[in-house]
Write a protein that binds this ligand. Structure first.
Ligand code: F6R
Length: 611
């Protein structure tokens, strides 16, 4: 959510900053801006709208100062405080000598603003960030690190910050609490960002700041202190994915590319983690010995959005196969409702980004209450990965499309492996374990079979692209798939879509059905199919057009629906994956036919770092 880039070194800063902003645009696209040390002062350019608008403005304004600047900061915004206008765009300046960009929320901005106004500061925007810029200026006596440290001590809330001063050439200061800052180390130059994808083109050597770290960076030198001024050193890590992974690779949209990557990403997720001889999963990152496994009395999964939907599959699979209680809970609710959690609970925090504020808050709550907390995270080195300290990385590679696809299928793959591991430590036979391993190993192939039907799914989408409302229904393992299918459709096509348990529809929502409200029914082969077919008949009796997701060759299901997409047969816990991929493609094609901004849907941003 929002993207920060900063550069200091020997080369012109603008190309680094603009390239970084383009890479980070998926984190917010309401406005963009840069501030540069130029000549004796600071040069500021910002625009409402996408990064391209900023690029055009910079081209028009081309100047020697702009081209010659070797230190600057830049930002792409997802609006929190104040609408997406030019004035509210970052960077924010104070007294023409401090420029600052910020991710996160300054919670006590109102009281600070009042005080700063009384001290004579003039506010040009409605943002909490401008408050921070003036606060830093109010502490500034020639040392920006000291001033930022003093300001941040007065701040409540979360921040990833980068700032520069007109009076300290080449000095870039960054800090974090709750919003990530990654420092990319080059030779005689440093590029900082809120996300490694803005850095990878230039260097793989990075330092991740910890919460309450402040760093002074000059060319290639990085000096880190904590907010209480204690010098600290943070380890250098190497980014293990390539710049190509964050490119579109010939696809029209990142979303389509990421959907098509899934056979490979699932292979990466399961590689080396299955023991086919012993019929179990090897998940050493969980750091759970046999004794720990035996002690666990309940599994609790927390996450948001798509990650929570994946968590529900985990809940079902653990109860189904391992035979002990599992629950999934919205991370946002977990923290505030005083949940009963203790040392016998295993809490699994699921997050693609590893930065989602609600999930992070749930992690902290669970840790405080003594639970064993593990992370299922995609982004290496992210806050949730580090705070949980144990878990399973998804290895799905960078997910750039705002709508999550490949992260979901990798999350489900890991959850199935967790269910297998727990089941084998309790009640599952070796033979059944070996079969389960084969079921997981078959997942990439099942996805390939769905992808082969892309053209047909695009045709089916044509019949549904003009509706404005839709319901998705499913039972058992297909219930979370219905939730995820509806989420995907609404976020990228703006069709109002609701996922419901198939049986729930008649408890209210059925009142909405008519001939222009289609129902997407998950009719995969399995125990819930006949009952769901009954629900389909109820919908048809109200004239709703039905799209069935059916098992390949299922004549009965085919004859009961108006349109269908076939998915290959798999046992239901595994069928979640091909069924979801079919719905991802369906949403994609509907959104495309409606001319939507698929990779950057309105009002959304990747990685939600505010509560
Ligand atoms: C939907 C989507 C969101 C995220 C949610 C959690 O396509 O992307 O619902 O799943 O914001 O994000 P992570 O997984 O990064 O915690």
């Amino acid at each position: 959510m929002c993207g920060i880039v900063g550069y200091t070194g020997m080369r012109p800063a603008v190309p680094f900053l603009m390239n970084g902003l383009r890479r980070l645009e998926y984190r917010g696209y309401d406005s963009a801006g840069v501030a540069l040390q130029a000549g004796e002062g600071l040069l500021l350019e910002k625009q409402a709208g996408k990064v391209q608008g900023l690029a055009d403005a910079l081209t028009e304004r081309a100047s020697v100062d702009l081209d010659g600047s070797v230190c600057g900061i830049a930002h792409t915004r997802w609006a929190t405080h104040g609408p997406p206008t030019q004035n509210n765009a970052h960077p924010h300046l104070s007294k023409e000598r401090i420029a600052l960009v910020h991710n996160g929320i300054i919670e006590n901005h109102n009281s600070l603003r009042e005080r700063l106004r009384a001290d004579g500061y003039e506010f040009l925007s409605e943002t909490d960030t401008e408050v921070l810029a003036h606060l830093v200026e109010s502490h500034y006596e020639g040392d920006l690190l000291v001033a930022l440290t003093a300001a941040l001590k007065e701040v409540q809330g979360t921040f990833g910050v980068a700032c520069i001063s007109a009076e300290e050439p080449g000095v870039l200061i960054v800090a974090r609490r709750g919003s990530p800052i990654v420092i990319g180390l080059g030779e005689d130059e440093t590029i900082v960002a809120s996300d490694a994808s803005a850095i990878i083109k230039h260097t793989r050597q990075v330092i991740y700041l910890d919460d309450n770290d402040v760093a002074r960076i000059v060319a290639g030198d990085v000096e880190i202190r904590t907010l209480d001024s204690t010098p600290v050193s943070r380890a250098t890590s190497e980014i293990d994915w390539s710049a190509d992974a964050a490119e579109k690779g010939g696809y029209e949209h990142y979303m389509l590319k990421e959907i098509f990557e899934q056979p490979e990403t699932i292979r990466n997720t399961i590689r080396g983690r299955l023991d086919s001889d012993r019929g179990t999963a090897i998940l050493s990152g969980l750091n759970l010995e046999a004794r720990d496994l035996a002690d666990i009395q309940r599994m609790l999964v927390v996450g948001c959005g798509t990650s929570m939907n994946a968590g529900m599959v985990g809940e079902y699979a653990v109860e189904d196969f391992a035979g002990f209680p599992a629950e999934v809970e919205q991370a946002a609710e977990f923290r505030y409702r005083n949940p009963i959690v203790g040392s016998k609970d295993l809490v699994i925090a699921i997050s693609q980004s590893g930065e989602t504020a609600d999930t992070l808050a749930a992690v902290r709550e669970a840790k405080d209450k003594g639970a064993t907390v593990v992370g299922l995270v995609n982004v290496v080195g992210s806050t949730i990965a580090r705070e949980t300290g144990r878990g399973v990385y998804l290895h799905a590679g960078p997910e750039i499309s705002v709508a999550s696809t490949k992260a979901f299928t990798s999350q489900v793959s890991v959850l199935l492996m967790i269910a297998l591991k727990f089941a084998r430590s309790r009640r599952m036979s070796r033979e059944r374990g070996m079969e389960f391993v084969r079921e997981i190993e078959a997942l990439p192939l099942l996805v390939e079979k769905v992808l082969e039907q892309n053209d047909r799914i695009a045709k089916v989408a044509e019949q549904f692209a003009d509706f404005e409302n839709a319901f998705y229904i499913g039972r058992g393992y297909m219930y979370p798939v219905a939730l995820e299918g509806a989420l995907k459709l609404k976020e990228i096509s703006y069709i109002h879509a609701e996922g419901y348990h198939a049986a729930e529809l008649k408890h209210g929502p059925i009142a909405l059905l008519q001939d222009n409200v289609p129902v997407v029914a998950l009719l995969n082969h399995g125990p819930g199919k006949d009952k769901t077919l009954g629900n389909v008949a109820e919908c048809q009796a109200r004239s709703a057009p039905i799209l069935g997701i059916i098992t390949e060759g299922d004549e009965e299901a085919r004859s009961c629906v108006d349109s269908y997409i076939e998915v290959p047969y798999a046992p239901l816990h595994a069928a979640v994956i091909p069924a979801t991929v079919a719905l991802q493609l369906f949403s994609y094609h509907v959104a495309r036919l409606r001319g939507c901004a698929i990779d950057q849907p309105r009002n959304l941003a990747k990685s939600v770092t505010v509560e």
